[in-house]
Ligand binder design. Structure first.
Ligand code: GLN
Length: 450
């Protein structure tokens, strides 16, 4: 804990942490030490963890990097947080993110821009950018982030770490601030696959506080990772994603190198068509903004965090608190979501997008009943420069989520693992997607690839 605290201090300019808990983490470490000497320590004894500022920790600040939740202290812990603590993990602080987990660069935070440790002029990705830097730059061993459309996988790719998004419903969402509830998952960022497997094993599984969480028993993921499999696999890649001319050259080369290596080891790797590719991003942004607009209704200036001064009536209290509390990106998404849900446009956008989502899900599951995995790059380009995207080219930024939203729309597990660097030393991610609840198989394969 002391060495992590020193590192956090030394790397303060990266702006990773919204709050650090030094005394508490040190006290927790002492307790864990005691338990170790008594032979009573939990399975995560001494694992130092950081939480993205959307995951609740009882009696600690929680604000989704938003002024809207200024001063808010959570009265309870997320189920995932409780399960970490029960196994003697040590929580060292809460990490920055894009406001309410909306973004791909960690530039939309009320706490300011977060810098990538690999190249400080560049973004760490988002929305869990700070959580990825924290692991990559040794501020903690593991981070819990959230992944709605790539927020754990894309920052992992941008920082050379492992980013795991489980099947939708595998981990309880109790205590996770909602962005788009039918997409949101808690995700894990770590330095290697076995750490991610162990943490998943501890935090996954049923929970009476989350009606959507899966009742399925939790497999021993940490054991599946250590198994050496000699099984010959059948792997698909979507032709347009890996052979696209829009894909960065170095990423394309590194992805093909992996494909060739797998073939050389006797696995079958085939290019397939995925006719719904053009619909992934519009469907994702219609549905997630719709869900966000309703989820964020609760921030009304009355119940949580920020409240405007001297409103003239109740209506003004709501309006002014929300106008002043939310940042631009969040407002943009609330407006877009309200629009697609409005009476005149509901059928044209929202219900159509729901139908398309179903087709995406069914088509992808069908592919994964014929193949073990779908392989693709995590992103189409490595980390970009801070400030590259603004109001005039936002659409381009949204388009960058193409490779990660697929698994989120289909509710499937996916993981980003490091796949070398480009010619400038920027890290590249390789993404593995598997069928529902096949995390064990996916983690074993990722370890084999690593
Ligand atoms: N970049 C995507 C978005 O802005 C993903 C965010 C996320 O997964 N939370 O919606």
């Amino acid at each position: 804990v002391e060495s992590y605290l020193a590192r956090i201090e030394e790397k303060k300019h990266l702006n990773v942490w919204n709050e650090v808990y030094p005394e508490e983490a040190l006290a927790q470490a002492k307790l864990v030490d005691q338990k170790i000497s008594e032979g009573k320590a939990g399975r995560l004894a001494g694992m130092v963890v950081g939480l993205k500022d959307v995951i609740a920790y009882k009696d600690h600040g929680l604000q989704a990097s938003s002024n809207m939740l200024d001063g808010y202290v959570s009265p309870f812990s997320a189920t995932a947080t409780n399960r970490l603590l029960a196994e003697d993990a040590i929580i060292i602080g809460r990490q920055s993110c894009d406001e309410f987990a909306m973004g791909s660069s960690n530039e939309n935070s009320a706490f300011g821009v977060v810098k990538n440790n690999i190249d400080e002029t560049r973004v760490p990705g988002g929305s869990s950018g700070a959580s990825a830097v924290a692991v990559s730059d040794d501020h903690c061993l593991v981070s819990l982030g959230s992944d709605t459309g790539g927020s754990v996988r894309q920052p992992a790719a941008f920082t050379g770490t492992v980013g795991l998004k489980p099947t939708y419903s595998r981990i309880s969402r109790w205590g996770l601030i909602a962005y788009a509830s039918s997409f949101d998952t808690i995700g894990i960022i770590s330095n290697n696959v076995p750490d991610a497997a162990l943490v998943l094993e501890i935090i996954a599984g049923e929970d009476e506080n989350d009606a959507t969480v899966s009742q399925r028993p939790v497999p021993a993921y940490s054991a599946s990772v250590s198994k050496k499999s000699t099984e010959k696999l059948k792997i698909a890649y979507i032709k347009e994603t890996v052979e696209s001319e829009h894909l960065n050259k170095d990423i394309s080369e590194k992805t093909f190198a992996k494909i060739e290596a797998l073939r050389a080891e006797g696995h079958e790797v085939e290019a397939i068509e995925f006719p719904l590719l053009d619909y992934l991003l519009p469907t994702y942004y219609i549905l997630t903004t719709a869900e966000a607009s309703t989820n964020l209704e609760r921030f009304d200036g009355v119940r949580y965090g920020y409240r405007t001064d001297n409103p003239k009536d109740l209506e003004a209290l709501y309006k002014k608190s929300r106008s002043e509390g939310f940042g631009d990106e969040v407002k943009r998404r609330i407006m877009l979501g309200t629009f697609v849900l409005s009476a005149s446009y509901y059928d044209a956008y929202f219900s159509k997008a729901q139908k398309v989502r179903r087709m995406i899900k069914e088509t992808t599951e069908k592919i994964l009943s014929d193949y073990d995995f779908i392989l693709m790059p995590t992103t189409s380009a490595p980390s970009f420069e801070i400030g590259k995207y603004g109001e005039n080219n936002l659409l381009e930024l949204y388009l960058g989520d193409l490779y990660t939203v697929h698994a989120s729309l289909a509710g499937l597990p996916a993981i980003s693992i490091p796949n070398g660097t480009d010619k400038d030393g920027l890290t590249i991610g390789l993404q593995v997607m598997a069928n529902r609840f096949e995390e064990d198989k996916m983690l074993a394969f990722s370890e084999y690839l690593s």
